[in-house]
Ligand binder design. Structure first.
Ligand code: ADP
Ligand code: MG
Length: 227
């Protein structure tokens, strides 16, 4: 699903900062992989490149066999919309829209009628245990509930790949566990490939593979046995 070859990235804000120094990584279709590493090691930079939110300077990135390089903004947006769902630490929900409206949003962009998209969104909220919260605003919900809404929104468009940057970073340990359980369930039941960035070992241990990241390079990959 993801094939990275010798990916380099340098930021030029002030003195040049060589953040990714030749990353090679393969993520198989249906896998559930975490990236761990110290703050500032380049994890978000890598995830943004995989999500086609940012460019890289050198190397090759193939997504589902297609070379992702020098795409126009329209082409990148098309690939993102068709294939990739995003989950963020800060949830990125729209504050003046209800849980149901937030979840239904990707279907609105695809031109699905209001009645139909609301029915589908309610079904997704139900699957994530949030049916009774459909008409609530994000400000009325807990962090864990908000992240579940964000996950429902990311899966409603049926992406092949979900990228999650510190999805449990703003949550306490019990709630983190709930969110990881849901991500694992989505991975298993929908077969959606998951790539998660975290700095918490206990979160990474719930994925199938931990990619340890250090100073812009992968230092090791651990296989984790899940029961
Ligand atoms: P991580 O997610 O592992 O904490 P990041 O990928 O966010 O690391 O950042 C890696 C390094 O690149 C950090 O030193 C950060 O300050 C720097 N950096 C990140 N984004 C930018 C940017 N847009 N412009 C300049 N420097 C950046
Ligand atoms: Mg980061």
């Amino acid at each position: 699903m993801i094939h990275l070859e010798n990916i380099h990235k340098t930021y030029y804000a002030g003195s040049p900062l060589h953040v990714l120094k030749g990353v090679d990584l393969d993520v198989a279709d249906g896998d559930f992989v975490s990236i761990m590493g110290a703050s500032g090691s380049g994890k978000s930079t890598l995830l943004n490149i995989v999500g086609i939110l940012d460019n890289y300077d050198e190397g090759n990135y193939y997504l589902d066999g297609r070379l992702i390089k020098d795409l126009t903004e329209t082409q990148s947006a098309k690939v993102r919309n068709e294939m990739i769902g995003f989950v963020f630490q800060s949830f990125n929900l729209i504050n003046f829209k209800t849980a149901l409206e937030n979840v239904a949003l990707p279907l609105y962009y695809r031109g699905v009628s209001r009645k139909k998209r609301n029915a589908i969104a309610l079904d997704y909220l139900d699957r994530l245990g949030l049916k009774d919260w459909a008409d609530h605003l994000p400000s009325e919900m807990s962090g864990g509930q908000k992240q579940r809404v964000a996950i429902a929104r990311s899966i409603i468009a049926k992406p092949r790949l979900i990228l999650a940057d510190e999805p449990t970073g703003a949550l306490d340990s019990t709630t983190s566990q709930e969110v990881m359980d849901i991500l694992r369930q989505v991975n298993r039941e929908e077969g959606i490939t998951m790539l998660i960035v975290t700095h918490a070992r206990e979160v990474a241990e719930q994925t199938n593979k931990i990619v340890n990241f250090k100073d812009g390079l992968i230092s090791s990959i651990e296989d984790i046995k899940q029961l």
